[in-house]
Design a protein around this ligand. Structure first.
Ligand code: AMP
Length: 139
């Protein structure tokens, strides 16, 4: 298995070397807006622990990550007034993974509204700020 790369984009976000529109942080996880959202209010939840994907993450780190994802998912659903959620995790290139620091996608869903393409288009920064504020207010 390929080793964890400290220079991946999310490692840089965790170190504060790149910006993000943060919605939640605790000792174990960071959650921020996806810049190419598949749905309005699309949030990523990442562990502070280093792991490439589901194949190498330590079980205790995975427990903390999924607990964080559940907390964020509830706030995303409430803050976005969504009817449901889709949660995705991609592992390795063949599995659709692009950024090699494990993350869960939290996607708010509404009946009859299709997901946009994966990494399709950048969202306007103002939209991300608006949705992030709604989600932050829902914790
Ligand atoms: P994947 O590794 O396939 O789960 O996809 C990586 C996800 O990260 C995609 O949905 C991208 O839109 C998103 N993404 C990439 N770079 C950034 C960034 N700098 N800030 C927020 N989201 C990002």
């Amino acid at each position: 298995m390929t080793a964890y790369d400290d220079n991946n984009i999310f490692a840089k976000i965790l170190r504060g070397e790149l910006p993000c529109e943060k919605v939640y942080e605790d000792d174990h996880v960071l959650a921020f807006m996806d810049i190419m959202p598949r749905a309005d209010g699309h949030v990523l939840v990442i562990p502070k622990a280093k792991a490439r994907n589901i194949l190498d993450i330590a079980p205790d780190d995975l427990k903390n990550l999924i607990a964080g994802a559940q907390k964020v998912a509830k706030a995303v659903k409430a803050g976005m007034k969504a009817e449901g959620l889709t949660i995705q995790q991609f592992s390795e290139q063949a599995g659709g993974q692009i950024v090699f620091h494990i993350h869960f996608h939290i996607l708010p869903r509404w009946d009859g509204v299709a997901l946009r393409p994966h990494t399709g288009a950048m969202a306007p920064a103002d939209d991300l700020k608006t949705f992030a504020a709604q989600i932050r207010a829902a914790f």
